[in-house]
Design a binder for this molecule. Sequence first.
Ligand code: SOE
Length: 392
Amino acid sequence: MSGKLRVAMIGAGFMGAAHSQGWRVAPHFFDLPLEPQMQVIAGRTPGAVAKAARKWGWAESATDWREVVARDDIDLIDIVTPGDSHAEIALAALEAGKHVLCEKPLANSVEEAEAMAAAAVRAAAIGIRSMVGFTYRRVPAVTYARELIASGRIGTVRQVRAAYRQDWLRDENGPMTWRLEKERAGSGALGDIGAHAIDLAEFITGLRLDRVTGTLDTIVRERPLLGEGVGLSGTASHERGTVTVDDVAVFAGRFEPVDGYSPIGSFEATRFATGRKNALTIEVSGSRGAIAFDLERLNELELIDASGSELDQGFRRILVTEAQHPYLAPWWPAGHMLGYEHGFSHQVVDLVTAIAEGTDPHPSFAEGLHVQQVLAAVEESSDHEGRWTSVG
Ligand code: SOE
């Protein structure tokens, strides 16, 4: 491969903007072994995708993703479409010998995720790399939390509490979107944001869930359909659509045993947590301490070292902005803070580095399949009065 990595993006929505920022900005702050070239972005609507290309820095725009995947001047396909097209696009791209970055969750079903993971293994055998986009792993405080736990700083992990709370569906008159249709999204809060909580809990602790018990609920079952040609903020039409996914997911999980004990986790994913905008939180309780993280305060990590005197114990706030902290050195001096968007640059750095070094990037499609199996187990448990259900 030349010194360039010629990238194509399939999809032009919110994640398209976030991923484009990563491709555009990362090379200006990190010394990458290959230079990403933002070649073409593909979307459904010619005018909208041409505008996205201009705004986000793509050389070309297109409306036929199959033509883009077939081009021999493209090395990597970045999939940022709704979940119902992840499998089709990823399988075609891997078959065409393209590296693939695919947004989370990996797919809309375990069956699709299994096919994608198998194709990724075959492609890796000939040097084609693939990654799934759980970008919160690449928030410096999250990677640092993983390092602290791996070093034994909080002792043996006993309990994990992970939640992802948003409130953008709180208004029952909010309109239907593709995220509320099972055929498009696969599931609701469970797969969209619960997947992040699952991946985060396993990434930070290094543990894997092997059984779950949970329940799903749809709070608002019908919503107004948007009128023809009316934007999201426009007045909804009088017709109503049926919500076919969960609004709230609550579940417990057992992790694979460590030293004979299976740590237990409690999880929540909701879009009805009034006042919580993007609150992905996790707390890991260990035998000698604990860590706590909140995405709404993403430069901070709370740590308690419970090995000392009871008299002066307490969670202390660590500002994770030192040059020695993960990913920080190329950015700003300590205390100048990073934001939501920086994780997408870090994702580009790790993917491009893996491709250049000929190694498999993480999270892999196999890790994405495991998250899909956890999601499916929660759905199965909920369908059977919350019985404990094995993962995979
Ligand atoms: C909407 O819930 C959403 O955009 C998710 O789809 C993203 O994965 C999450 O990072 C932010 O919220």
